[in-house]
Design a binder for this molecule. Structure first.
Ligand code: HEC
Length: 190
C-alpha cells in the first residue's frame, strides 16, 4: 500500500513538475524580451499608419513629387514623423527606454547611424533582415541594451516615396527591401 501511494505521489509530482515548467510565473523580464515586445508594438503601429492612411492617400496623389508636397496637400506626417512624435511623447512621460529610426540611406541626415553599435547593427540587418542585432553600449555614463530591427518597405508607397524624394541618397528601393532600422534602447542600470 505504502509503495502504491508513494508511486502515485511520485507520478503526481512528476506531472505537477512538468506543468510547472511550462507555466512558471514570469517574475523577471530580460532586456531582450522587453526590447522585442516594445518593437512589436512600434512596428505594428507604424505598419497600420502606413497601410491605413499613407498608402491610401499616396495612391490618390501620385503626381506629388516630394514629401513636402505630400504633407502640404494632406496636412499629415509621413510614417517616420509619426514614429518620432510618439517616441518624443513617451520620453516626456518619463519612460526609461527609448526608440528611434535609423538608416544607412537617410533622406534626413539626422536619421543616419550615430553610434558604432547603430552602424554595425544597420549593416547586419541590411544583410540579414530576419535576424535582429543585439548589443550593449554605454551612453552618457549609463549602460544600455540596444536592439536593432530591420525596417522594411512593407508597402509599395514606402519605396516609391523615398525613390522619388530629391534628398534621398537612393532611388532604387524595392517593396519588402530593408530601408533602415528601428533601434530600441533599454537601460541596464537605474
Ligand atoms: C510620402 C512619403 C513617404 C512615405 C510614404 C514613406 N516615407 Fe519614409 N520618410 C520620408 C521622409 C520625408 C523621411 C524623413 C522624415 C524627417 O525628416 O523627419 C522619411 C524617413 C524614413 C526613415 C528614416 C531614414 C530617412 O530616410 O530619413 C525610414 C527608415 C523610412 N522613412 C522608412 C519608410 C518606410 C518603411 C515606409 C513605409 C512603411 C516609409 N518610409 C514611407 C518619406 C516617406
Amino acid at each position: 500500500m505504502g509503495i502504491v501511494w508513494t508511486a502515485a505521489a511520485l507520478g503526481c509530482g512528476l506531472l505537477a513538475g512538468s506543468s510547472e515548467v511550462k507555466s512558471h510565473k514570469l517574475t523577471f523580464i530580460s532586456p531582450r524580451k522587453m526590447a522585442d515586445s516594445l518593437h512589436e508594438v512600434i512596428a505594428a503601429d507604424r505598419e497600420a499608419y502606413a497601410r491605413l492612411i499613407v498608402q491610401r492617400l499616396d495612391a490618390e496623389e501620385h503626381r506629388l513629387t516630394t514629401t513636402e508636397d505630400w504633407r502640404a496637400a494632406h496636412g499629415l506626417p509621413v510614417p517616420a514623423q509619426m514614429l518620432r512624435e510618439a517616441g518624443q511623447s513617451i520620453q516626456m512621460r518619463g519612460a526609461e527606454f527609448s526608440y528611434t529610426l535609423r538608416s544607412l540611406w537617410p533622406i534626413n541626415p539626422s536619421y543616419g547611424p550615430q553610434t558604432e553599435v547603430e552602424q554595425t547593427g544597420l549593416e547586419a540587418v541590411a544583410r540579414h533582415p530576419e535576424e535582429n542585432y543585439y548589443s550593449e553600449e554605454t551612453l552618457g555614463g549609463r549602460s544600455y541594451f540596444t536592439a536593432v530591427y530591420a525596417d522594411l518597405a512593407t508597402l509599395p508607397c514606402c519605396a516609391e516615396c523615398h525613390n522619388r524624394h530629391p534628398r534621398s541618397p537612393r532611388h532604387d528601393f524595392q517593396t519588402n527591401e530593408v530601408m533602415g532600422a528601428i533601434v530600441v534602447r533599454v537601460p541596464l542600470e537605474f
